[in-house]
Design a protein around this ligand. Structure first.
Ligand code: E4P
Length: 286
């Protein structure tokens, strides 16, 4: 297999699955997790099925154990751990969780949502030298805000644009990746694009063609890639989009981050769903 330039992360919440993918590919560069994926972890599912609901502390302990098992299996793209947040969670609260989670493993990236509070938490984190990953990004404006808010970070920051969820609403999710990559060509390189919400082999191959720095992929898509003997995109690669195209915007990355439009319906819905999936595992509402 020709190892792609893009780092490959497993998008999941089960160490067994990460091990399986590693055997299949011969390497795994990193891992991303989120509250929905953690709620699907086989051990957590067993607990819930047997009628046991977790306390907040038990849920955090389970999450810690999962990422501590995954951590040594992956390479330098690290393990992304997502803070709990809902529409009311303030930056300080997210940052406090993030700081605790950052101490769990030596290769943690802390995931904050792409909202004003999430970006404030990210700013506080990069000032402390923490690695971060801004999740639930659906627009070029949001990615520009991530860039402006994390300027001066000593560690590369990740931004995770979600492809599949944009496809789901009839847009061409891959356009957001292409537009962000084009916009960042004018930047200083401190933000790396981590393509997320990857649902198909075509998504994966187009990410390779666009030279995203990282891509996080569900095990079943990686298994499909392996079953076809690890194809790579032809030059030039033809991507067949089914949704409406998203035009490129000329944006000045030197603007203050608060001046960019952070609103996106899918960011709001994504936070709601992550919070609901997290709460579904708890013995009482958080
Ligand atoms: C990873 O960081 C994201 O949370 C994940 O890719 C989301 O994928 P989904 O849209 O398939 O839930």
């Amino acid at each position: 297999m020709t190892r792609p330039k893009a780092k490959i992360l497993v998008d999941g919440g089960d160490p067994q699955e990460t091990r399986r993918v590693k055997e299949l590919l011969g390497f795994v560069d990193g891992q991303t997790t989120n509250p929905s994926l953690i709620a699907k972890n086989p051990h957590i599912r067993e607990l819930i099925a047997s009628g046991h609901k977790l306390s907040n502390k038990e849920e955090m302990d389970e999450y810690r154990q999962i990422v501590q098992t995954i951590s040594p299996l992956v390479g330098d793209a690290g393990v992304s751990i997502e803070v709990f947040s809902d529409e009311k969670t303030k930056a300080q609260e997210m940052f406090d969780q993030g700081r605790e989670m950052f101490s769990w493993i030596p290769n943690a990236y802390i995931k904050y949502p792409c909202t004003a509070e999430g970006l404030r938490a990210a700013q506080m984190s990069v000032e402390q030298g923490m690695r971060i990953n801004i999740t639930l990004c659906f627009s070029q404006q949001q990615a520009a805000a991530v860039y402006a808010a994390t300027k001066g970070t000593k560690q590369p920051a990740y931004v995770s644009p979600f492809v599949g969820r944009l496809d789901d609403i009839g847009q061409n999710g891959m356009d957001v990746i292409r537009n962000i990559k084009q916009m960042f060509r004018k930047g200083d390189g401190h933000v790396l694009v981590l393509a997320a919400s990857i649902r198909s082999l075509e998504h994966l191959l187009y990410c390779f063609a666009l030279e995203t720095e990282l891509v996080t992929v569900p095990a079943k898509v990686l298994e499909l890639w392996a079953s076809k003997n690890f194809p790579m995109p032809d030059k030039p690669f033809q991507y067949k989009a089914s949704g409406r195209s998203i035009p490129y915007e000329e944006l000045d990355l030197e603007r203050p981050w608060e001046t960019f439009d952070l609103q996106h319906e899918l960011t709001r819905k994504g936070i709601e769903k992550f919070a609901a999936d997290y709460r579904a595992t708890l013995s009482r509402t958080a």
